[in-house]
Design a protein around this ligand. Sequence first.
Ligand SMILES: Cc1cc2nc3c(=O)[nH]c(=O)nc-3n(C[C@H](O)[C@H](O)[C@H](O)COP(=O)(O)O)c2cc1C
Length: 154
Amino acid sequence: MRSGRSISVQGGRLTMKLAIAYWTNTGNTQEMAEAIEQGAKEAGAETELCMIDELEDPETCDVIAMGCPAMGNEELDGIFRGYYSQLKPELKGKKVALFGSWGWGNGAYMDAWKKDCQDAGMVLIAEPMLCQKKPDEAGLNACRQFGRKLAEAK
Ligand SMILES: Cc1cc2nc3c(=O)[nH]c(=O)nc-3n(C[C@H](O)[C@H](O)[C@H](O)COP(=O)(O)O)c2cc1C
């Protein structure tokens, strides 16, 4: 018997479903995504880990965590942005969380992304998770914790 997290009966499931959809160029955001999935699974969530262009049926997910590195000049990666723009109308009213890796801008790109999600009617259920470049063990632990928190979202 698991306790302390939401039980979804959507689609006949008894567990909450978390999608973790990301983009990466050199693997850093992917490492974050994998650690987030690990934490969420430890907390009992059903997970779907995929690149953003492979996300299937977002409407069947209780929470969607999206990950993208900082690129351009404090912007989302251009390829991610294209898929995210297509997906955005479907995400209105959905519970989402954001994460990503940055190099030198202290994660400033995330502020604009967060606002964009809120303007599009998404419900941000946690403060964004950020790591500088390749996440170290402390960063990976923070990502696992983030995943556990998302798995407990009501
Ligand atoms: C072309 C290019 C542009 C970048 N622009 C930024 C930026 O504006 N701000 C920043 O903090 N990091 C920037 N970075 C650094 C990446 O965000 C960083 O290396 C990140 O860890 C890459 O994540 P990934 O391995 O998931 O692709 C840039 C990197 C490249 C190659």
